[in-house]
Design a protein around this ligand. Structure first.
Ligand SMILES: Nc1ncnc2c1ncn2[C@@H]1O[C@H](COP(=O)(O)OP(=O)(O)O)[C@@H](O)[C@H]1O
Ligand SMILES: [Mg+2]
Length: 1010
């Protein structure tokens, strides 16, 4: 039979042009994502193919993969297919060897895997980033990643797509996704979200016009003219290209449409006998194969859209030659086509998923059961151990074959493998299916049920689904005991439960640990004992019990050392050393440094990639605490990014952003805070995300943009609603400081009071005594700043009357009220909040109290100490503290308040903190001092502008306007809000008599030639 597949692309000029433009942009470094949407058979894949050909011609790296419908999810399937295709084409990832990215890719592509990759930390985000890097690096001309049939994609592939869609801008990679938009799917949800946030565009493919359909049919027949009877046939196709080819193929297969030397001609009355549906056309061609061959093809359909033909003889019970002959015939009638297989050999696949659907729809249930059973048996026999995706396919066939236990067993295996690849969603789906199969089965198999739930517990832990863990663990413990299982299994369940959010249920965690320790004791199992101690150490650290943490950590370490520091012992040693070092860091930086060096040594010798980076992170954090230097942390951040250690990189971005927010480079701080928010959201670390949003709020404080501060604070609060730690930060830091920068002390105290009420709650929970971050994650973070600030406010707000600069005594007058301030200082010291910036606040607070007690010398010395502590940060911090204590210093006679205030006034002036500048002048004036002229900027005003009344401050802005800077840019430069800039610009327009900003810019540019 002649092939009647359309050899050319008909129509679609607009669609292809749009895709070509996206390709141009990507090649020029402006990558992006485009969805090709439309119904089945309308021509999405055909259009995608045309784009791939273009990209290949341009020398771009092209990778393609497709989703396939299956009841058992195969994680990363389309992505893995794309990568394996690239590997077959000779691509080798040229990334640093230690890198986690290569290991992540190795988990999907056997050719790229190295021994030891199993230890790598793999997740959709890491694989997504690895794919992005691979595509960007592979060719100078850019890359195209084509993922087809997103409606069938597994959840991990969707997570990767979600990640890529947001990460492509600025790369030279184009991501194209085809999607059926007329059936609900998770892929469709993703598409809607991505287009709603405008990170992706759409090319919608609609049905062909009657003219195009005729053109296509003619092209199919390679005939210049379409026989008229054929035209009549095309009416049933209704513009659907797939239907055109199907109907024509059916007509050719039945002999109704035939070719001789003079061209195509029609036999008989076509229009009445041609099937009027795709299913009908498939059915008639299948029948044309004859019963034996048709049976082979039906078995193939049971195996999947793409199938391994070598299984067919066994499944269909025919000799190999017969199977091949059937395939050949099916290819000729356009039911099946050859396809490249993962291994590079040739396999076959149904021409379209609709083709396979049509065949399966005609199958009676008992027949399906038989063929599926034969298929599963054939796979188990020819692929021992069920490597790769064979496990999922066999499980799917066992389900169809009504063999629930066999299916459930394979689903457990599949879920275990999924978890190794960080594919938690697929694992949970597989396990849920297994549970359901066992529940519906007539025969009960409690042991298998326990196995399913043991893996489920692991999956919940990986997913951070803490609510599900406690009840499942309790249930499992009972069932394991009832089944008389190995007690080690019970101990492992308990360890899992004890290490998931122990801060929420400390008593239960302790109970689990005690029980696990008892089992270890009874069995004299040193691995179990030291693992139990390591978990106990971590929990103690989280609860702020440093001595206990160190003690347990050292015990676990000793056992691990005795066991030779390999295998489990290396793992335990690393975990314990991390806990020991973090406990030490709270008290003795040098000791912590030694411990982390040891950690690094073990990680290096064991080639434990992620641990090496974690060790360096700890060391550089100590360095930051010791010397205030961020350079090493920056280096490690790069290292973490290169290696795909996203968790570490995200925490470092928070540390660095927080530090930078106290300095003068607020732009860098903002970039870090934002990038941290983004990656924290991606790896689902809400606490880090919320804290990074708090850092953003603090930056808006310094920029005197109250609205944006409020907006960011509200966003931080929305990430973890009602969380006391976050509320302490948004109220006690962002809002208090925002009020202080406006010199609104009443408001600052009111906000501080709100913060204090949350602080009580935050500090009441044991994990928060030391600050969640300080001990377990990153030290010196935000919540504790609120505590130090609170102490300073408490000190300056007591014992002062009215007319002292606007401070109202919130705690009454006289030294008796100093008790509150004293308690606040002590609290700050006790909670480890007495370092660097915080130490500056506390020193000034102490100075106020000493001065009030009559000890002037000590007060002056403490103020000097405060200035020294603030020395490494932006000047406004020290000036703000001095503005707060100046009235006390004037009254009690310590320090040098007059020169402080003069200095602060002019400094605030130059940074645009006008309210603080005039507050400083106010205090001076009331103290009877001569007050410097206000409104000074730094620029000299030319005479002609001076005559118009332009001030020096306005001149600063005028100059920047002339350089074409935006309000936001000017605001950033001069440390004032864009709104203030706008006010100055309006005033400049008035004074210079220009009509609008554009004229003002032109005027300024003339005046100040660049
Ligand atoms: N514009 C077109 N020109 C020629 N043939 C087309 C066109 N659109 C689709 N086809 C053919 O129709 C069939 C179905 O198209 P396909 O791209 O697989 O549909 P989809 O991916 O939307 O399900 C394919 O064999 C394809 O070659
Ligand atoms: Mg398609």
């Amino acid at each position: 039979m002649d092939s009647v597949l359309c050899p050319v692309l008909v129509g679609r000029n607009t669609e292809l042009a749009e895709l070509t433009r996206a390709l141009d942009s990507a090649a020029a470094g402006r990558g992006g994502a485009v969805f090709i949407t439309g119904e089945e058979g309308v021509g999405k894949s055909r259009l995608a193919k045309a784009l791939c050909e273009q990209a290949t011609e341009r020398g771009m790296t092209v990778m393609t993969g497709r989703g396939t419908s299956s009841s058992v999810p195969v994680p990363y399937r389309p992505v893995a297919e794309a990568l394996m295709g690239a590997a077959r084409g000779g691509l080798v990832p040229g990334m640093p060897l230690m890198s986690n990215y290569r290991a992540a890719l190795g988990s999907l592509v056997p050719e790229w895997s190295h021994p030891g990759d199993a230890k790598a930390h793999v997740s959709p985000v890491i694989i997504g980033e690895a794919v992005l890097r691979l595509l960007s690096q592979a060719s100078r001309n850019g890359g195209l990643l084509m993922l087809e049939d997103l409606h069938f994609a597994d959840p991990e592939t969707l997570a990767i797509v979600d990640y890529l869609v947001d990460s492509l801008a600025g790369t030279s990679v184009l991501l194209v996704l085809t999607l059926r938009d007329n059936i609900p799917s998770a892929g469709l949800d993703l598409y809607r979200a991505a287009t709603a946030r405008r990170t992706a565009t759409t090319v919608d493919v609609s049905r062909l016009s009657p003219v195009a359909v005729r053109k296509m049919a003619a092209a199919c027949l390679t005939a210049p003219e379409l026989p008229t009877q054929v035209s009549a046939l095309l009416r049933v196709c209704d513009g659907l290209p797939f239907a055109v080819e199907e109907v024509m193929a059916a007509a050719v297969a039945s002999g109704e449409l035939a070719r001789d030397d003079s061209g195509w001609h029609v036999n008989g009355d076509i229009s009445t006998r041609v099937p009027d549906s795709i299913a009908g056309s498939v059915r008639s061609r299948l029948a044309s194969l004859g019963p034996a061959a048709s049976s082979v093809i039906v078995s193939a359909a049971v195996l999947g859209r793409q199938f391994d033909w070598t299984l067919l003889p066994r499944v269909a019970g025919v000799p190999e030659a017969a199977a091949l002959e059937a395939l050949e015939h099916a290819c000729r009638v356009q039911l099946v086509e050859p396809a490249a297989a993962d291994s590079g050999t040739t396999t076959f696949r149904f021409r379209h998923s609709l083709t396979r659907d049509a065949i399966l729809a005609d199958l009676m249930v008992p027949e399906l059961v038989c063929r599926a059973a034969a298929g599963a048996a054939a796979i188990v026999q020819s692929h021992p151990g069920l490597p790769g995706n064979w496990c999922e396919l066999a499980a799917e066939l066992y389900v169809l074959a009504c063999q629930p236990h066999a299916a459930a067993r394979l689903l457990v295996t599949s879920a275990r493998r999924d978890l190794l690849k960080g594919a938690v969603s697929s694992a949970v789906t597989a396990l849920r299916n297994a549970r359901k199969l066992l529940a519906e089965s007539a025969l009960s198999e409690p042991k298998l049920g326990i196995e399913v739930d043991e893996v489920m517990l692991e999956a919940f832990a990986q997913a951070g689904d803490s609510e599900q863990i406690a009840p499942l663990a309790d249930d499992l413990i009972i069932r394991l005991a009832r089944a008389d299982a190995d007690p080690r299994r019970q101990a492992l369940v308990r360890l899992r439960a004890a290490s998931t959010r122990p801060e929420d249920t400390p008593a239960a965690a302790a109970r689990h640990l005690a029980a696990a320790a008892a089992i270890a004791d009874q069995l004299r199992d040193s691995e179990l004992a030291s693992r139990t101690e390591a978990v106990g150490a971590r929990n103690a650290l989280g609860a702020g019990e440093l001595d206990k943490a160190e003690q347990l950590g050292r015990r676990a370490l000793a056992t691990a050392e005795a066991a030779g520091l390999t295998g489990w012992a290396a793992e335990v040693a690393l975990e314990s050393l991390e806990v020991i070092g973090r406990s030490e860091r709270m008290r003795d930086l040098a000791a912590a440094s030694r411990t982390f060096e040891r950690l690094k040594q073990i990680a290096d010798s064991g080639e434990l990639g992620i641990w090496r980076i974690r060790a360096r992170h700890e060391l550089s954090t100590v360095e930051m605490l010791r010397a205030g230097s961020a350079s090493e942390l920056r280096e490690v951040r790069q290292l973490a990014a290169d290696a795909g250690a996203t968790c570490v990189g995200t925490v470092i971005a928070l540390q660095l952003g927080n530090l930078a927010s106290l300095g003068t480079d607020l732009e860098e701080a903002m970039e870090l805070a934002r990038s941290c928010q983004k990656s924290a959201a991606q790896i689902r670390a809400p606490r880090i995300q919320a804290m990074a949003t708090c850092v953003e709020a603090n930056i808006w404080v310094v920029r005197a943009d109250r609205e944006r501060m409020e907006e960011a604070a509200a966003r931080a609060e929305a990430v973890l609603p009602g969380d006391p730690e976050i509320l302490v930060t948004t109220w006690g830091q962002a809002r208090v400081l925002a009020a202080l920068f406006r010199d609104d002390l009443t408001r600052a105290l009111a906000n501080d009071a709100v913060a204090a009420s949350h602080a009580t709650e935050a500090l009441a929970s044991p994990r928060l005594v030391q600050g969640f971050y300080s001990a377990l994650q990153a030290p010196m973070l935000a919540p504790r700043r609120a505590i130090a600030l609170h102490a300073l406010l408490a000190a300056v707000s007591t014992g002062l009357g009215d007319g002292d600069g606007g401070m109202n005594g919130a705690g009454g007058k006289g030294t008796g009220a100093d008790g509150g301030a004293r308690a606040a200082i002590e609290q700050a010291t006790r909670t480890g909040a007495a370092t660097s910036w915080n130490a500056g606040c506390l020193a000034y607070a102490e100075a106020v109290l000493a001065g009030r007690a009559g000890d002037r010398a000590r007060a002056s010395a403490l103020a000097d100490d405060g200035a020294r502590q603030f020395g490494q940060f932006a000047p406004w911090w020290n000036n703000l503290a001095r503005r707060l204590v100046a009235a006390s210093a004037l009254r009690d006679g310590w320090g040098s308040p007059v020169s402080w205030l003069r200095e602060a006034a002019s400094s605030f002036e130059s940074t645009g903190h006008d309210q603080l500048a005039s507050a400083c002048r106010g205090v001076l004036r009331r103290a009877g001092e001569r007050v410097p002229r206000s409104g000074r900027g730094s620029a000299a005003v030319p005479a002609q502008l001076r005559r118009l009344g332009v001030t020096s401050r306005e001149m600063d802005i005028f100059l920047l306007v002339g350089q074409g800077a935006s309000n936001a840019e000017i605001g950033t430069k001069l440390y004032i809000s864009p709104k203030t800039v706008q006010t100055h610009v309006a005033s400049l327009i008035l004074k210079t008599g220009t009509a609008c900003r554009r004229e003002l810019v032109a005027h300024a540019a003339r005046l100040v030639p660049s």
